[in-house]
Write a protein that binds this ligand. Structure first.
Ligand code: BES
Ligand code: MN
Ligand code: ZN
Length: 500
């Protein structure tokens, strides 16, 4: 898909479809929609008067121009209430418009920058949001379908008002495309079934990202992990015949200042059967997606290496299956993590914290002092927050705030839960330093805190994406399936660290 930027008047553009917009509650269209309305002899105004067009967010109305405009069709997109307009609304409208147009079998279309100008949004920010939203909204995972329902959209033309400064707008569109492609990579990996998205396949995707961007990469195999003493990760991996991989991507954006660095880590369980504490059928069904955190790291690292913020970023993905079998780890086993801490296995299904424990130790061994891990860690966070917000946990006020703010800047909602030291009691073990489980109450918190036990004095935060990594319905820029969260937050975080 190609996104072009042209300066001009959308009413004069020749296209299979042009997309304009209208706010909720207005009686007359404004801006480009007004001009088109005039050429259509007031068709839009009439549809508003009739109540067919209400301007609500998510509403798209198709008008055939029948020769009255150079464009064959006009799509009027509802922007919602003008007071509620944000860049994230722009992303959502752009994504929804893309899918709407595609469903009409239109392979190319032009669009105004929704909300720029009259709506008060800066044209450059808007252009990036339009590119992100359109590419993310048009994403689909159809590689296993013999035939797609509709042909792909080939070309999108963003029409800016003259004087907006086309060069700057083009570069922001390009940035939007880079970010949306990173989200797409994350979604692709997460949507891929577990029989193909093995730890080895994850490593191959990371190798490809590294090759394309000139990024440094290291993939540690089972022997290397054993040498480093990663007994916690290897305990999870021992039940599977798929070889585990510890994927380490290194982006050197500030080579003169090694301390200006950031470690991003992601759970890469390519299939979570639960292990010997095996899951039921319903709980197991979606567990190909248990590597979504790791996929978000690989996606974000690719975008970071292309956008080039002035900061060093290390991406770490402990990738393995969690399977039962004759070699599998047992409940009651004791494993030793890379830092020497021992962990009693209270439940083999609490495996995410076990693989992340060694990944955090490894990050510390590289000298990283600012860490964030991303994981589909607990069912408990789904109970707490549903599929609307990522759960956040941390040991450092400023660092956690910074991550929450990065999310807010890009439209990914992150909500913090406490990590009071009194919760530690829940994961005390009679025979080892800690165990990998707590009680039912506060399950998302103890899961997080067990990972935090390995962070030492590093600023550490944990994002539980068990509820947000996939969605069951199309909405705005997020089609059904893997969402690609929190790739955009991670990219924004790297940029925010670079500019301070
Ligand atoms: N991968 C699951 C968590 C999960 C649940 C992700 C639902 C997405 C949707 C994790 O490994 C797990 O099994 N967690 C257990 C922990 C428990 C055994 C302490 C859980 O949440 O039930
Ligand atoms: Mn599990
Ligand atoms: Zn899991």
């Amino acid at each position: 898909m190609d996104i072009r930027v042209v300066e001009g008047n959308i009413a004069e553009i020749e296209a299979s479809a042009v997309v304009v917009n209208i706010f909720e509650g207005v009686t007359e269209p404004g801006g480009a929609a007004a001009e088109i309305d005039k050429k259509l002899d007031g068709a839009i105004t009439a549809l508003v008067a009739d109540g067919e067009i209400k301007g609500k967010r998510g509403e798209f109305t198709l008008i055939h121009t029948l020769g009255r405009l150079p464009a064959t069709r006009v799509v009027v997109a509802g922007l919602g209430k003008s007071d509620d307009l944000t860049l994230d609304v722009v992303r959502g409208v752009a994504g929804g418009a893309g899918r709407f147009v595609r469903s009409k079998h239109v392979a190319s279309f032009a669009s105004v920058l929704h909300g720029a100008g009259a709506g008060g949004i800066d044209a450059e920010d808007c252009a990036q949001a339009m590119a992100e939203g359109t590419v993310m909204g048009l994403y689909r995972f159809d590689k296993y379908k013999s035939k797609s329902d509709t042909d792909p959209v080939e070309e999108i033309t963003l029409v800016t008002l003259s004087g907006d400064g086309i060069g700057q707008i083009e570069s922001r569109v390009e940035k939007g495309e880079i970010i949306a492609e990173a989200v797409a990579l994350c979604r692709d990996m997460s949507n891929e079934p577990a029989n193909t998205m093995t730890p080895t396949a994850m490593a191959e995707h990371a190798l490809e990202v590294a090759r394309d961007t000139g990024m440094e990469i290291e993939v540690l195999d089972r022997d290397k992990m054993a040498e480093l003493g990663m007994g916690s990760l290897l305990g999870v991996a021992q039940g599977s015949s798929e070889p585990p991989k510890l994927i380490v991507l290194k982006y050197h954006g500030d080579p003169d200042d090694e301390d200006n660095s950031l470690g991003i880590l992601g759970k890469g369980i390519t299939f979570d059967s639960g292990g010997l504490d095996i899951k039921g059928a319903a709980g197991m069904l979606t567990m190909k997606g248990d590597m979504a955190g790791g996929a978000s790291i690989i996606g974000a690292m690719g975008a970071i290496a292309r956008i080039k913020p002035k900061v060093n970023v290390v991406g770490i993905v402990p990738a393995t299956e969690n399977m039962p079998g004759g070699k599998a780890q047992r409940p009651g086993d004791v494993v030793r993590a890379m830092n020497g801490k021992t962990i009693e296995i209270g439940n083999t299904d609490a495996e995410g914290r076990l693989v992340l424990a060694d990944a955090v130790c490894y990050a510390r061994s590289l000298g990283l002092t600012r860490l964030v891990d991303v994981a589909t860690l607990t069912g408990a966070v789904v109970v707490a927050l549903g599929d609307l917000a990522i759960g956040a946990f941390g040991n450092n006020r400023e660092w956690t705030d910074r991550i929450i703010e990065a999310g807010a800047n890009v439209g990914e909602r992150i909500w913090e839960l406490p990590t009071y030291p009194e919760y530690q009691r829940q994961y005390r073990s009679d025979i080892a330093d800690i165990k990998n489980t707590g009680e039912r109450g506060g399950g998302a918190i103890t899961g997080a805190m067990i990972i935090g036990e390995f962070a030492d004095d590093a600023a550490w935060a944990h994002l539980d994406i068990a509820g947000t990594a996939k969605t069951s319905r199309n909405s705005g820029y997020t089609p059904k399936g893997a969402t690609g969260t929190p790739v955009r937050t991670l990219v924004e975080l790297a940029e925010s660290v670079s500019s301070s």
